[in-house]
Design a protein around this ligand. Structure first.
Ligand SMILES: [Fe+2]
Length: 469
């Protein structure tokens, strides 16, 4: 028998309480809080023939991108496949997508979810998974347009509309449409203040526009709405980026120590990604982070040979390089080189085109061969999106290239690359400090002084604004 969920999408069950339980778990997932998988497992324990329960569990696990959850994800999709004959077409579409994902064909998985959305544009689970997959795969255009293709079926009367606006906001932001992105994100947050994905989308807008003070206010003024959820460490990372730009390093370390270095070795991979990304930025600024790299390297060590997701591997490599773990660096490089020659899944292309060159560049940087780092990074700088993640996350590649160019004396190249940055984000003090270094290297004392003055003026105006507030 088929019933419908609150958005009118068909679910194979005759028990309305199962739909209510599924939607309760999905609400937690959408809000990045609680334990959605645990909630649905409790339902499945009593109702092992609930197709959407298995689909939901397997679908959520696809986004973890960690080797240790693979068996659990595989078992969940097998349980769903075993119920194929009683599943409806929408549910079969999900099962097809998850199977493609489990088999390593991420692009076909997204296409399968997209096919579900053509028939069922209010399938919020399919939209969420396709959207998050677009982020993982760096498909910037579809981060915006896959959401746009279902907007015809949504308005305020449909439960969960704010989440759709939040996804759209992020996609608009990644495509550079900051005005519309900010409007959609703020609208979503107004509808549901606990929509941490929409809060995050607006944080990206403020980051990309160089509105650091506004970003600090945006996140800290609503910290109670996001700090207890599963997305909190990433939002703490975003908050720390504004402070890095304003050279407020004491605050950056305070955030890192409180929120980005949990005890133990088996924590959320996303925290370890953010921790590595933040410390590497500080390394590029030549700031001593003391023993923090060592603790982080211990956490990353078990994943050195994962080759599951290039985005993870480059962050592992940054950590091992910064902590001078030569053995682990060799493991990452060897595993990736073996992997790109022996496998054919979607992650191979990401690894070959961006991940492995970046890992090699990190190794070169770590041994002081900055020329080699530049030669490795410069050719890939326009295709970094293939690594996945956001512009803000991938900026670490551009910063590494610029820092390497400055350190090996390729000042004219650095000057050009930094000119691009100051044009895109003229309110960034760090951009002007980089510009000053490049001009000094080019023996252009006049422009170096002017760039330094721009940086100091931005830093002082931020300080003045805080004192007035
Ligand atoms: Fe982000």
């Amino acid at each position: 028998m088929t019933l419908c969920d609150s958005r009118g999408e068909p679910v194979s069950t005759s028990d309305p309480s199962l739909i209510a339980a599924l939607e309760a778990a999905h609400e937690e997932l959408l809000h990045y809080r609680g334990d959605p998988v645990g909630m649905i497992e409790a339902v499945l324990a009593d109702h092992p023939d609930f197709v959407m329960g298995h689909v939901f569990k397997a679908a959520v696990l696809t986004q973890a991108m960690e080797t240790r959850i693979y068996d659990c994800m595989l078992a969940a999709v097998r349980s769903a496949e075993a119920l194929w004959s009683v599943a409806n077409e929408r549910e079969r579409g999900h099962i097809r997508a998850i199977r493609q994902w489990v088999d390593g064909d991420f692009y076909s998985a997204v296409e399968a979810w997209d096919a579900v959305l053509v028939e069922h544009p209010r399938d919020l689970l399919a939209l969420q998974l396709a959207h998050l997959s677009d982020v993982l795969l760096g498909d910037t255009v579809n981060q915006r347009d896959r959401v746009a293709r279902v907007l015809h079926a949504w308005d305020e009367s449909v439960p969960g509309y704010n989440f759709v606006l939040g996804f759209h906001s992020f996609g608009l932001e990644e495509c550079g449409d900051y005005g519309r992105a900010e409007e959609a994100g703020r609208r979503a947050v107004a509808m549901d203040p606990a929509d941490s994905y929409a809060i995050h989308a607006v944080a990206h807008v403020l980051e990309m526009m160089g509105r650091q003070e506004g970003g600090i206010w945006w996140l800290t003024s609503r910290v109670e709405d996001w700090q207890h959820g599963n997305f909190a460490n990433h939002l703490w990372w975003h908050l720390s980026l504004y402070h890095v730009d304003l050279c407020q390093y004491d605050r950056v370390f305070e955030i890192f120590d409180k929120h980005l270095q949990s005890d133990g070795l088996s924590h959320d991979k996303y925290e370890e990604l953010d921790a590595a990304a933040l410390l590497w930025r500080l390394k590029m600024l030549d700031i001593d982070v003391k023993g923090r790299w060592t603790r982080l390297a211990d956490k990353w060590a078990p994943a050195a040979e994962d080759t599951l997701y290039a985005f993870n591997d480059v962050h592992a490599m940054m950590t091992f390089a910064a902590d001078a773990r030569g053995d682990l660096m060799a493991k990452v490089l060897d595993a990736n080189e073996r992997y790109v020659h022996s496998q054919g899944d979607s992650n191979v292309a990401m690894t070959r085109e961006v991940g492995l060159p970046f890992c090699r560049a990190i190794a070169a940087f770590a041994k002081g061969d900055y020329d080699e780092a530049v030669d490795l990074l410069h050719p890939i700088r326009h295709r970094t999106a293939k690594l996945g993640g956001s512009h803000a996350q991938r900026d670490v590649i551009h910063l590494t290239l610029i820092e390497a160019a400055l350190r090996c004396g390729r000042y004219k190249l650095a000057r050009a690359l930094i000119s691009e940055r100051t044009e895109l984000k003229p309110t960034s003090p760090q951009n002007w400090l980089l510009a000053a270094r490049a001009f000094e290297g080019c023996r252009d004392e006049h422009r170096a002084a002017a760039a330094n003055a721009r940086a100091q003026s931005l830093l002082l105006s931020g300080r003045a604004a805080r004192e007035v507030a």
